[in-house]
Design a protein around this ligand. Structure first.
Ligand SMILES: Cc1cc2nc3c(=O)[nH]c(=O)nc-3n(C[C@H](O)[C@H](O)[C@H](O)COP(=O)(O)OP(=O)(O)OC[C@H]3O[C@@H](n4cnc5c(N)ncnc54)[C@H](O)[C@@H]3O)c2cc1C
Ligand code: FES
Length: 512
């Protein structure tokens, strides 16, 4: 039997609320028996949807209404108010929707609506192939089926695991606070149920753009009508003595993560080489396992190149508070057994070493095929490469970002998923530009940092709030123009900043 404190909060919406309690543009969280429901009045219409995001359960009542969508406060997923569809990742599953009625000054939520079935798109004879079983590849396959693509889909991945929630590999799963069944993006049955031929442990070794044919690692050939390249990135390997030892790891795949966890069980001390996002998140996860952690990195402040000095200092202080020891402006020159030798002299003992010194996009396949490549696979605003019918998305794609006006390539989970979704729509012939503001989040202990936009350089940093008190909005501006906004516990501001950046880009596009 449910206890009182487990009962959903807010009014019982089946009993109705006074209509005057919900102004236009307002949201109210309540419940219908055990279901938490969000009631929304937007543009004069009423909507009732699940109150929590289908990604990590973010409370949508704290989100933002934008047109006929609601955006999640935590990682900016977008849902249709009309249908509940997860229009933009990282959420992929829809929200449930209920009928709503306004009568005699009262709003009442009625029955749950059935999920609308997609109408069939494309011919059953078409074959779409996705190279890569990561964020972009999975999101593309999911979108193709969700929108009713009738043809066949093959997804090829050289990984031995089906697509996983990669961000979790340096956070809760690595820390031991999330079970492994949280990690797959979908269960194994999902692929067969959705007629997706998932070929794991299979490398695509060549692409013939004229013949529209791939060569696989077993020398077999595979024809396609349309192709998505989503080969992601791989960790940069350090060329130092001792790097090949069993206790030295990089972290990209579930297999990497399992190997680290297996050794972390008996480890007392770890050295993390590199104060990158992955390096620092790994440091936090290992501290949760009570392992002594030393971070060795050449920079003066962690993550200063992305976040600037103030957030860099905060991140360092936060990790130090949790016992991490930094060796900054330093590097590891060799790993001699259990000793990581430092450039400045001396050594740090480590029975576990994680190398997190950045990643390199996997471009070899595209390069060999003769696709236009410019420090990334060049795509147009519809994610199409220089070869018609061949698309690229995620960590490998360099696209014309309408917000910065530059061609950019980023390594963000949400961007990769959304680009995969947009590529899927365009592959189906639904011409849709990619125009979302880039977004990423990073989690250090209990502190999430959200970042929207893209600033490779800036001439001013404007801080609202207090960084050290974990309550701030940090704006990166160039020539007076805001390029990007980082925030801690200011989710509403982060969402609004994304909307502003997208509006500015739309305005610029309209006047061009
Ligand atoms: C541990 C970790 C934590 C992260 N945390 C965050 C985070 O908190 N926030 C954030 O924004 N981003 C985060 N990222 C980055 C994010 O995961 C990537 O930006 C995202 O996964 C990129 O998606 P993708 O589809 O381009 O590539 P991937 O997800 O890397 O997928 C590429 C796939 O292609 C396969 N492949 C490559 N070449 C071939 C080939 N020739 N043949 C067959 N298969 C091939 C690979 O095996 C892989 O399955 C994290 C990354 C890691 C590793
Ligand atoms: S919890 Fe909603 S987007 Fe992550």
């Amino acid at each position: 039997m449910a206890t009182d404190d487990k009962k959903p909060s807010g009014p019982d919406l089946s009993q109705g609320i006074p209509a005057a309690d919900l102004a236009d543009g307002a949201m109210l969280a309540g419940h219908i028996s055990d279901d938490e429901v969000l009631l929304v009045r937007q543009g004069g219409k009423l909507f009732a949807l699940s109150a929590h995001c289908t990604h990590y359960h973010g409370p949508l009542a704290d989100g933002l209404l934008v047109g006929d969508t609601v955006r999640c406060p935590w990682h900016h997923a977008r849902f249709s108010l009309q249908t509940g569809e997860a229009l933009a990742a990282p959420a992929l599953a829809p929200l449930s929707c209920w009928q709503v009625e306004e009568r005699d000054g009262k709003i009442t939520v009625k029955d749950k609506k059935p999920q609308p079935a997609p109408s069939k798109t494309g011919s059953a004879g078409e074959h779409f192939v996705i190279v890569g079983g990561g964020a972009a590849g999975f999101a593309a396959a999911e979108m193709l089926r969700r929108r009713g693509f009738a043809g066949s889909i093959t997804m090829i991945s050289n990984d031995d695991a089906a697509p996983v929630d990669r961000p979790n590999l340096s956070k809760d799963y690595l820390a031991g606070s999330a079970p492994e069944d949280w990690v797959p993006l979908r269960g194994d049955d999902w692929y067969a149920e959705n007629r997706i031929d998932l070929k794991l442990k299979t490398e695509v070794t060549a692409l013939d753009t004229k013949a529209k044919e791939l060569t696989l690692s077993d020398a077999s050939k595979l024809k396609f009508n349309k192709l998505l390249l989503a080969t992601g990135a791989e960790p940069i390997k350090l060329d130092i003595p001792g790097i090949g030892q069993k206790h030295v790891h990089t972290l990209r795949s579930l297999a990497d993560c399992r190997a680290i966890i297996a050794q972390a069980k008996d480890a007392k001390r770890a050295v993390v080489i590199g104060a990158s996002f992955i390096g620092l998140e790994t440091a936090a996860a290992l501290r949760a396992r009570d392992i002594e952690v030393h971070v060795v990195a050449p920079e003066k402040r962690p993550l200063e190149r992305v976040f600037g000095p103030q957030l860099g200092d905060f991140i360092r202080a936060l990790h130090e508070e949790h016992g991490v020891k930094f060796h900054l402006e330093n590097t590891v020159t060799a790993i001699d057994g259990k000793q990581a030798k430092l450039k400045t002299g001396g050594a740090v003992d480590a029975d576990l070493v994680i190398v997190g010194v950045g990643v390199r996009p996997r471009l070899a396949l595209a390069e060999k095929a003769g696709l236009a490549v410019d420090k990334g696979v060049s795509v147009n605003g519809f994610m199409e490469t220089s070869a018609a019918g061949i698309y690229a998305a995620g960590d490998i794609a360099r696209w014309p970002d309408p917000i910065s006006g530059e061609r950019i390539r980023v390594e963000h989970w949400v961007v990769a998923e959304r680009q995969g979704q947009i590529a899927a729509l365009n592959m189906m012939g639904v011409r849709t530009p990619f125009n979302s503001a880039p977004f990423f989040w990073s989690q250090h202990y209990d502190v999430p940092i959200n970042y929207v936009g893209h600033a490779e350089k800036w001439d001013a940093i404007d801080i609202e709030g207090d960084v050290m008190k974990r309550d701030c909005v940090v704006r990166y501006t160039l020539g007076g123009r805001v390029l990007a906004v980082a925030s801690i516990y200011r989710d509403g501001d982060s969402l609004k900043a994304g909307v502003e950046l997208e509006k500015r880009a739309a305005k610029a596009a309209a006047s061009a």
